[in-house]
Design a protein around this ligand. Structure first.
Ligand code: CAA
Length: 258
């Protein structure tokens, strides 16, 4: 499929989506969101894909929702159109793992879609921020909620109230990103990690992902019970038998995604 604002590629069992609107620093226009959702749908439906990497350019992962598109919208446009409530959130409903490989600016909606991914690998030049306050608005794709859960109230509040950007090191210290990688190694590392995940049992990976995500949506006791039941259910799979047998027999497991 030919896209205008993204580039889609496959490396082994890893699906790669690169945001590609260089003239607007990958600002997230409506068409880009449609293309992104379509690409994700395609990878989700493709049994040969075990994990997905979402990235941008070296200068910008994405500099936010498209301000030029938003500037003339009024309240009725966004309320009645339920603006940003649909395919803009598609990443957050992906069942396969999605890794954000972030270099350069991840601002506003860019920071928010990175946070919808399962984890963020950051290049050493990455800059995260929710600068909407400077535009007379607030984050609209989950920024006030996810950032607060990921980095805590004080830092999230400071960033949302001032629009200050946070560099890669601060983001790693705060727990927003899993690791920092040198800029030139970012994609190799992201595809390598995604490839390692894709080698594992897809259904078990999905169950692990679902269980970690549950921790943001429930009480500790309920979350632990959810995890326990999912853990129990892994014992009904062929892949759990294979994984444990292979360990006991000192060989590499051959998962069948069953
Ligand atoms: N929307 C539309 N266009 C954007 C954009 C955005 N979010 N961010 C950058 N661009 C465009 C610029 O207008 C410029 O286009 P022209 O060359 O046609 O003038 C081009 O990208 C390059 O940008 P700059 O010249 O500004 O580049 P810079 O290196 O000087 O600055 C920057 C980089 C600091 C990221 C700056 O571009 C900037 O502040 N961008 C806006 C960031 C922002 O406010 N994001 C939040 C958007 S609102 C949002 O996302 C709401 C939500 O929660 C969903």
């Amino acid at each position: 499929m030919a896209y205008s604002h993204i580039v889609v590629d496959v490396k082994g069992s890893v699906g790669i989506i690169r945001l590609d609107r260089p003239k607007a620093l990958n600002a997230l226009c409506a068409e880009l969101f449609v293309e992104l959702a379509e690409a994700l749908d395609g990878f989700e439906a493709n049994d040969a894909i075990g994990a997905i990497v979402l990235t941008g350019s070296k200068k910008a992962f994405a500099a936010g929702a498209d301000i030029m598109e938003m500037q003339t919208k009024n309240y009725m446009d966004v309320y009645m159109g339920n603006f940003l409530t649909g395919q803009e959130e598609r990443i957050s409903t992906c069942r396969k793992p999605v890794i954000a490989a972030v270099a350069g600016y991840a601002l506003g909606g860019g920071c928010e879609i990175a946070m919808m991914c399962d984890f963020i690998l950051a290049a050493d030049n990455a800059q995260f921020g929710q600068p909407e306050i400077k535009l007379g608005t607030i984050p609209g794709l989950g920024g006030t909620q996810r950032l607060t859960r990921f980095v805590g109230k004080s830092k999230a509040m400071e960033m949302c109230l001032t629009g200050r950007m946070m560099g890669a090191e601060e983001a790693e210290r705060a727990g927003l990103v899993s690791r920092i990688v040198p800029l030139d190694d970012l994609m190799d590392e992201a595809v390598k990690v995604a490839g390692e995940i894709a080698e594992l049992s897809q259904p078990i990976v999905m169950m692990a992902k679902e269980s970690v995500k549950k921790s943001y949506e429930t009480t500790l006791r309920e979350g632990i019970m959810f995890e326990r039941r999912v853990f129990h259910s892994t014992f009904s799979t062929e892949d759990q038998k294979e994984g444990m047998s292979a360990f006991a027999e000192k060989r590499t497991p051959e998962f069948k995604n069953r």
